[in-house]
Design a protein around this ligand. Structure first.
Ligand SMILES: [Zn+2]
Length: 298
């Protein structure tokens, strides 16, 4: 009887263990999306920042702190993107929680340091798809350390994801090539697209600088209006996670249309279909932005 009960307990434990998923908590949706794809069935992903949320200004709530401390592993973007969460991540790391800024595997030589950002790197690397793919090894490493039994799965999923991202990067280059070099001027609310510009050949002008913490200055607005008129820019763009007021004013003053609403620091709602793609995914968000930009500037 005792041995039967013991056997039952062991069997019960094994079953429960097999069904128990690794709990990963992430910040922005773009990090969560990659962790989901690398983790597959073994990992349950919980992203703190949903659609329309600005990570530069995001302050963790007490329920976020609880969700983070319950997580088995935490992935965030890093490079000061989540500027107000740094202390919390440091505290969790000191308490031996596995915490990974996924941009740590991107070579520093590829990063830029815009002068307005006071000696910090520009954190918006997800819009250069080939750079964002370089974060995948950190995710594979982080999941494998917490779940060594899943290592081969994470490596396989990660390699497949990097292949899909290489295809997406090619698609971005081909789509951008529909515009002439002079047509490739991207004017938006804040400087989230510098790496995008470098990768796909756009001149990028953001009204608010690299972080949304500072507001657009009036002088910047009038010089931007002059620039738009002089360059005969066909369209400028608002962003889903940034207040559109300043860009709307520039649009009126320069007599230029708003070419659409771009995703910058947050993805769309899960399953939100726009132009035939799901903007609640990283892949869909990238395709939607590129199509919107190219169609408006053509
Ligand atoms: Zn930003």
């Amino acid at each position: 009887m005792v041995s039967a009960l013991a056997a039952l307990c062991v069997a019960g434990t094994v079953t429960a263990f097999a069904q128990e998923k690794i709990k990963a908590t992430t910040t922005i949706g773009m990090v969560g999306d990659l962790v989901k794809q690398v983790g597959g069935d073994r990992v349950e992903v919980n992203s703190l920042m949903g659609p329309g949320v600005d990570p530069h200004l995001y302050k963790p709530t007490s329920s976020d702190a609880a969700r983070l401390s319950r997580a088995d592993v935490i992935f965030y973007s890093g490079l000061m993107l989540e500027g107000r969460m740094g202390d919390l991540f440091a505290k969790l790391a000191r308490a031996d929680k596995p915490v990974y800024p996924i941009t740590e595997s991107v070579p520093r030589s590829q990063l830029t340091e815009p002068k307005e950002f006071e000696g910090h790197y520009d954190p918006h690397i997800w819009f250069d798809v080939s750079m964002w793919a370089e974060t995948v090894p950190t995710i594979i490493k982080g999941l494998s350390e917490i779940d060594p039994a899943g290592k081969a799965t994470y490596e396989k999923n990660g390699a497949a994801l990097m292949d899909r991202m290489a295809e997406l990067d090619e698609w971005c280059k081909d789509t951008a090539a529909q515009l002439s070099e002079e047509q490739r001027i991207l004017v938006t609310s804040h400087d989230a697209y510098n790496y995008f510009g470098r990768a796909y050949g756009f001149r990028v002008i953001g009204l608010q600088g690299v972080s949304t913490v500072s507001e657009a200055a009036l002088a910047d607005m009038s010089s931007l209006v002059d620039f738009i008129k002089k360059q005969k820019v066909k369209a400028i763009f608002v962003e889903t996670s940034v207040n559109p007021a300043a860009i709307r004013r520039v649009s009126e003053d320069a007599g230029v249309k708003i070419g659409g609403e771009l995703f910058s620091d947050a993805m769309g709602e899960p399953g939100e279909m726009k132009q035939g793609v799901d903007t609640g995914t990283y892949d869909g968000m990238v395709r939607y932005n590129m199509t919107t930009i190219v169609n408006a500037l053509k």
